[in-house]
Design a protein around this ligand. Structure first.
Ligand SMILES: CC(C)(COP(=O)(O)OP(=O)(O)OC[C@H]1O[C@@H](n2cnc3c(N)ncnc32)[C@H](O)[C@@H]1OP(=O)(O)O)[C@@H](O)C(=O)NCCC(=O)NCCS
Length: 217
């Protein structure tokens, strides 16, 4: 797809040197994460996203200032959560970004002139009791009933990844009830929602991955 770049990163492969380029809001968010492994993965995800954005933009990681956007709290360098983004010389870059972390991996996407959302889900994370009631629409529960039991974990992971990718592209995240979002609907031409092949991205096969693109061509 023109103007869309997607990449997977193994978080353990991200060295700590890039921490020096992270901004105050990112360090402050990391400081609030008590679990050291989770903190390290958060930092690795932010380093990887910054490096990825720098490559897409043709600049150095140190040229970028993190500026996230939360529908409730606003946007800018002081915001440490919400849709990720960067300022370049104090101005928006024009490139939309999205990040997902799961089980030691990150999935990154960039869209030039088109809002993007990505999500990465491990099949073992979607089998908990109540998942179908909390996450699926009535129509999706009917679809799932026709899925062979051995394929149900992969189907659920795909449905969840598609919903989260769409909600990230819209910038709301789970402020929108996922049980109101159709993962397999026919969308208008301005909305593209697709499964990504884990093998093509270098991801282990137990993952489901999805990309949503709003606008653009
Ligand atoms: C977006 C969301 C669904 C992702 O959750 P998840 O599946 O646990 O985590 P993932 O690893 O797939 O994605 C995390 C990334 O999603 C992105 N993200 C978070 N909120 C986002 C939003 N509103 N729009 C787009 N992307 C968002 C961030 O890049 C985040 O990375 P970070 O932790 O480095 O900031 C979830 O974080 C969410 O719904 N957040 C909104 C609710 C909320 O945070 N409310 C309180 C804030 S006032």
């Amino acid at each position: 797809m023109a103007g869309i770049t997607v990449r997977s990163v193994r978080l353990a492969d991200v060295g700590p040197d890039g921490e020096a380029f992270l901004d105050a809001a990112e360090h402050s968010r990391a400081a609030g994460i008590r679990d050291s492994a989770a903190r390290r993965e958060f930092l690795a995800g932010r380093i990887a996203l910054r490096d990825f954005a720098a490559v897409v933009l043709g600049v150095q990681p140190s040229d970028l200032t993190a500026a996230s956007a939360c529908p409730d709290c606003g946007s800018g360098p002081e915001i440490d959560h919400g849709r990720p983004g960067y300022l370049l010389a104090g101005a928006p870059t024009g490139v939309f970004l999205s990040l997902s972390r799961s089980r030691g991996w990150a999935l990154l996407a960039a869209g030039s002139g088109a809002a993007v959302g990505v999500d990465l889900e491990h099949m073992s994370g979607v089998g908990f009791a109540g998942f179908d009631d909390v996450v699926l629409t009535p129509g999706e529960r009917e679809l799932l009933a026709a899925v062979p039991p051995e394929q149900a974990p992969s189907w659920r992971a795909s449905a969840w990844a598609r919903k989260e990718a769409l909600l990230k592209a819209h910038g709301t995240g789970l402020r929108t009830d996922p049980a109101t979002v159709e993962a397999f609907a026919d969308f208008p031409d301005s909305t593209r929602l697709m499964d990504l092949d884990p093998a093509e991205l270098g991801l282990p096969p137990e993952f489901a991955a999805a990309l949503a693109v709003l606008g653009g061509t």
